[in-house]
Design a protein around this ligand. Structure first.
Ligand code: GLN
Length: 250
């Protein structure tokens, strides 16, 4: 049994749309493989200690909550970058995703500094981009999988040239409603607008993150995780994917 150490950043602030459910999925799927998830909340007064966590998680929030943590997080940027350079994995959703870039300018013009971990920046627009989304991702060369979720953001995220998106938008808005891409991926770091929560209906991504976290823990390669019976999860995925496809036909 391996204890996978998760650092949950700002759980008291960045926690809308039941994003916490993502942690529950990681915990269950780890337990079904005989591993244990040890989740530590990392708030405003807590340090990020490189090497101390195998996986970091940052949820979504409204501009108001993002503003409350942005400076604090930016002040810990160096430690977070060092942790990731050392092989820790990271999943950031929506508001958390925006703060991993160089910065986010909110709806009322608030300038929020970012961590500079992902090559992107975000500017809020007038119209919110809301609804079900379907993506096609290829995290491992040649292995294509769909990711279904829900987006609700005013921020338009622009990736730098050459940045790797998380996926191609099959239905929905994605990063900015026009590039055709969603999210960003850099090594073991994944940022996305998909809430929902994201992982219950996309168990392959949960397993990918667990494997990356286990690789950090062992210092070796990401292990092949024993497959689980994911019938219910596949149905949840299909419902969300169907809604996203229907939306794009309207
Ligand atoms: N406040 C950000 C935006 O509107 C993020 C919202 C969210 O996390 N759902 O773009």
């Amino acid at each position: 049994m391996t204890t996978i150490r998760v650092g949950h950043l700002y759980p008291d602030y960045l926690n809308i749309y039941a994003d916490r459910g993502n942690i529950a999925v990681l915990s269950r799927r780890a337990a079904w493989r005989g591993h244990e998830l040890e989740v530590t909340g990392l708030g405003l007064d807590d340090e990020i200690v490189p090497g101390a966590h195998d996986l970091y998680y940052v949820g979504g929030g409204q501009d108001r909550e993002q503003l409350l943590v942005a400076e604090n997080l930016a002040g810990k940027a160096e430690q977070l970058r060092e942790a990731v350079a050392g092989g820790s994995a990271l999943l950031a959703v929506c508001g958390g995703y925006q703060l991993l870039g160089r910065g986010y300018k909110g709806f009322h013009g608030e300038e929020m500094p970012g961590v500079g971990l992902l090559p992107l920046e975000t500017l809020a627009g007038d119209r919110r981009m809301i609804g079900d989304v379907l993506l096609e991702c290829e995290l491992e060369p040649g292995v294509r999988r769909t990711l279904a979720g829900f987006e609700n953001h005013a921020g338009r995220t622009k990736l730098d040239p050459g940045a790797e998106p998380l996926g191609r938008v099959l239905a929905g808005f994605g990063n900015d409603g026009e590039s055709g891409f969603e999210g960003c991926r850099s090594g073991r770091v994944v940022g996305t607008y998909l809430h929902g929560p994201l992982l219950p209906r996309n168990p392959w991504l949960a397993d990918w993150l667990l494997a990356q976290a286990l690789a950090h823990r062992s210092g070796g390669e990401p292990p092949e995780l024993e497959p689980l019976e994911d019938g219910l999860e596949a149905q949840a995925h299909e419902v969300a994917a169907g809604r996203a496809r229907a939306r794009s036909r309207r």
